[in-house]
Ligand binder design. Structure first.
Ligand SMILES: NC(=O)c1ccc[n+]([C@@H]2O[C@H](COP(=O)([O-])OP(=O)(O)OC[C@H]3O[C@@H](n4cnc5c(N)ncnc54)[C@H](OP(=O)(O)O)[C@@H]3O)[C@@H](O)[C@H]2O)c1
Length: 278
């Protein structure tokens, strides 16, 4: 049986998308710098999950961390989100695709369980479909079999979450969404999550909000705190309850991103940043 000892939730997730051949070295570097949460997906089009496994193995060998120190998160991705390098037989049922994708993830990540397994996105941009229900039930089976501790959904709207809640008694532990300032930093979805003790994971906090990084409010706060605008954004994200992701490939940025954990913003600053969208 896999160990289900709860590795505590990390303060930050290191995102491994779009790193291709650099994935093993960057994963190992992120662990050496101090990240203890790793986000990946069994979607070769955007992620090199086996490379994440190589980076983890190198960090284990070097004694940087052990498996139980690391919060490992991966995802199930429907065929339309994949290229030809599929981790499952596309003619199999969706339930079987989930099981095959999970087995392949565990092989890539050289482990007997992950800490979080996330539906990369619903089958349709509109609504929660029967396909999503079948996949979610299959993910619950994976969790019940001990192959993941927790479950999540990604790229979801408030209405999809409401429809999901109407069909399934069990709520996800995580929602992972791209977090745009212009949408009130995904305010409606964050409120839904807050009411149900679902942890909101925000990604592309920097790349989706370039104007915020240049905004005088944020640059002023950064100057006052002797910090960078990126650190202010990550500190804000944490202050409003998010578990942020960073996708940096730069060692200094990795250190700065982690250092934002120690940066406490005054309540007025948090409120002002939250209301930047109007
Ligand atoms: N669920 C999904 O569908 C989904 C979709 C997209 C992403 N994600 C996850 O979220 C992760 C992060 O996404 P992302 O790459 O869009 O996020 P991001 O962290 O907003 O963007 C990364 C960019 O920000 C820069 N950056 C990071 N830290 C910085 C700092 N301290 N100062 C200045 N620039 C900094 C990086 O440049 P440098 O490399 O030069 O630092 C890089 O260009 C992905 O790797 C993936 O794991 C999930």
């Amino acid at each position: 049986m896999p160990s289900l000892q709860p590795s505590s939730l990390p303060d930050f997730l290191y995102g491994t998308a779009w790193k291709e051949d650099r994935t093993p070295a960057l994963t190992e570097l992120a662990l050496r710098v101090g990240f203890r949460g790793i986000d990946t997906a069994n979607q070769r089009r955007h992620y090199f999950e086996a490379g994440v496994g190589q980076g983890l193995a190198a960090a284990y060998r070097a004694g940087v961390v052990t498996r139980s120190d690391v919060f490992l998160q991966t995802k199930f991705t429907y065929q339309p989100g994949q290229d030809h390098r599929l981790p499952y037989d596309p003619t199999a049922s969706l339930s079987d695709q989930v099981a095959e994708s999970m087995a392949s993830s565990l092989e890539h990540l050289v482990t007997d369980h992950v800490d979080s397994y996330v539906l990369h996105g619903p089958a349709s941009g509109y609504g929660w479909t029967d396909a999503d229900s079948e996949v979610w039930e299959a993910m619950i089976k994976e969790r019940d079999a001990g192959r993941t501790r927790l479950l999540g959904v990604s790229n979801v709207s408030l209405s999809q979450l409401e429809q999901m809640a109407a069909r399934h008694p069990e709520a996800p532990a995580f929602v992972q969404n791209r977090c745009y300032t212009r949408l009130g930093w995904d305010r409606d979805v964050r409120r839904f999550c807050g009411e149900r003790k679902i942890r909101y994971q925000g990604f592309s906090l920097l790349t989706a909000n370039k104007e915020v990084l240049r905004h005088p409010l944020v640059t002023g706060l950064a100057a006052q705190a002797n910090a960078t605008a990126a650190q202010i954004v990550f500190s804000f994200a944490r202050a409003v309850g998010m578990l942020p992701l960073t996708g940096t490939s730069n060692a200094d940025h990795m250190k700065q991103d982690l250092a934002s954990i120690g940066l406490a913003l005054p309540a007025e600053a948090v409120e002002a940043i939250e209301s930047l969208a109007g």
